[in-house]
Ligand binder design. Structure first.
Ligand code: C5P
Length: 237
């Protein structure tokens, strides 16, 4: 399968799941040149000065994934995405509702890439049923991924186990960004459907999102460097 022209180092996105800016900046500084791409979500949003943190990260030469998972009426999502498109953010997320995805596509402009959350990984078949969905989880994931592409979005967030199925369904172009990655031997924590770094890329992921295995490592920089070595081996040439 042809590879996208992504610098191998950028394929590791580190989730800055931390309660305040000081701790976030500290981790970024500790990781130094080893990590080029960071995901900042709702926790840091609630810490305030979210956009100052985005500016600080980009001033360090880092790329930013704003994981705010927009879900609202289409006009509100379109306007929020349009506002985000005026910032230096590279990736952002919306929920995989067709009208919301179409609205995000209208608002995103040329540079910002929008990824759809097909079905939250915290939901299982029973939860979907309780919400009134008739289709099974896999069917819903496939349908929403197809709708994301048809709506003009850039790709999806998908577990490493869904990545293979979605790659077959969607072809090579859409981005697949995979959280729930655990280097061999790392604890899964609350993630249910984990894959290793190697499996994620073999299954068709373009990027991986890694949080706790780096944040909680005794030596975060060494943990990130070990992942970067695996990525470099896979994507060299
Ligand atoms: O610590 P861990 O590596 O499990 O962190 C994964 C990150 O990816 C977290 O920031 C989590 O919110 C995010 N995420 C996820 N599953 C999704 C979407 C986002 O784990 N479906």
């Amino acid at each position: 399968m042809p590879r996208k022209p992504v610098p191998p180092q950028d394929r590791l996105i580190v989730a800055l799941d931390l309660p305040d800016h000081a701790q976030a900046r500290d981790l970024v500084e500790r990781l130094g040149e080893t990590v080029t791409f960071y995901k900042i979500g709702l926790e840091l949003f609630m810490a305030g000065d979210y956009f100052a943190l985005i500016d600080w990260l980009t001033a360090q030469g880092k790329k930013v994934f704003a994981d705010l998972k927009f879900y609202d009426i289409p006009m509100t999502v379109e306007r929020a995405v349009r506002a985000l498109s005026c910032t230096p953010v590279t990736f952002a997320t919306v929920h995989g509702d067709p009208a919301i995805m179409a609205a995000a596509a209208r608002g995103k402009g040329a540079k910002l890439k929008i990824l759809a959350v097909t079905v939250l990984t915290s939901l299982d078949e029973a939860a979907l049923k309780a919400m009134g969905y008739a289709s099974d989880l896999e069917t819903l994931v496939r349908r929403r991924a197809r709708q994301a592409v048809d709506a003009g979005l850039d790709g999806v967030i998908a577990s490493g186990r869904e990545a293979q199925l979605l790659r077959r369904e969607l072809g090579n172009d859409p981005l697949i960004v995979t959280p729930g990655v655990r280097p061999q031997g790392s604890p899964a924590g609350d993630q249910k459907r984990v894959v290793t770094v190697e499996e994620a890329f073999a299954n068709g992921a373009d990027y991986i999102v890694v949080g706790r295995p780096i944040r909680d490592a005794h030596d975060p920089k060494a943990a990130a460097a070990a992942i970067q070595r695996q990525i470099a081996e896979r994507f060299q040439n």
